[in-house]
Design a protein around this ligand. Structure first.
Ligand SMILES: C[S@@+](CC[C@H](N)C(=O)[O-])C[C@H]1O[C@@H](n2cnc3c(N)ncnc32)[C@H](O)[C@@H]1O
Length: 222
């Protein structure tokens, strides 16, 4: 069997794939579906993933893939709409939480120096609302179309951070990767009491503790 080092986390009908059965790829989607369109269009539209899975919580191990492709639903359409059947819909979903979880999972399963490709169309939700969930600054991006009707492509690379970058990152916004979270939970137990006065449980002290533990975890990862 061919080695699988590419993951399409929500492959749909594999419309943008040059080779729709790329031998090194795992195609995942949350559903399996065949839309019987043969009479109308000469062919059916089908979603036939290798793995039925949820990009918000994936079954794959950390750093398994060299290339991860993330093209989540982006249109706010009724479930019965034709486009919704084909591409999914974000109507009646907590799409912000879903995107946040999706990016986190994509980053987790991506290997160091691996590439993440993200596609978004801003017809229903502006790209600025999505950017806060990005796992890092993109390396390049491309916009096709006019504002409000644009398709964006972003390319990220998971470049491991230096200690200095981690310290700066931690000072600005302490969001931890899964590796870091694991170390945090270990270190939190080890460090909880010595850093703070007995019984200190205010929100501020927790933030301070989390920041210190996160920083330590990040340094330990290096
Ligand atoms: C925009 S379409 C993908 C189109 C695909 N890139 C193509 O080339 O045809 C989005 C897909 O995400 C799937 N999807 C929605 N929520 C998902 C989830 N939580 N996990 C995995 N797939 C999901 C939908 O079923 C839909 O097929």
């Amino acid at each position: 069997m061919q080695e699988k080092f590419i993951l399409d986390v929500c492959c749909g009908g594999r419309m943008f794939w040059e080779n729709k059965n790329h031998p090194n790829t795992i195609y995942q989607d949350i559903r399996e579906d065949v839309l019987p369109l043969k009479e109308q269009y000469g062919m059916n539209f089908s979603v036939e993933p290798d793995v039925i899975g949820d990009f918000r919580k994936m079954v794959f191990e950390d750093k398994k893939f060299k290339l991860v492709i993330f093209d989540p639903p982006h249109l706010m359409l009724n479930k019965t709409a034709w486009m919704a059947k084909k591409y999914g819909t974000i109507k009646d979903t907590d799409f912000e939480a879903d995107l946040q979880a999706g990016f986190k999972e994509c980053w987790r399963v991506l290997d160091d120096y691996g590439t993440l490709i993200f596609k978004w169309n801003d017809q229903s939700v502006a790209i600025e609302k999505v950017k806060p969930f990005f796992p890092d600054k993109p390396i390049i991006f491309n916009r096709i179309g006019t504002k409000g009707k644009s398709t964006y492509w972003f390319v990220f690379m998971k470049i491991p951070k230096s200690k200095e970058q981690l310290i700066a990152l931690n000072q600005n916004s302490p969001t931890a990767s899964s590796d870091e979270e694991e170390l945090i939970s270990v270190n939190r137990d080890a460090n909880a009491s010595p850093n703070f006065a007995k019984g200190e449980t205010s929100v501020n002290s927790n933030i301070k503790l989390n920041s210190q533990v996160l920083l330590q975890a990040r340094c330990n990862l290096k």
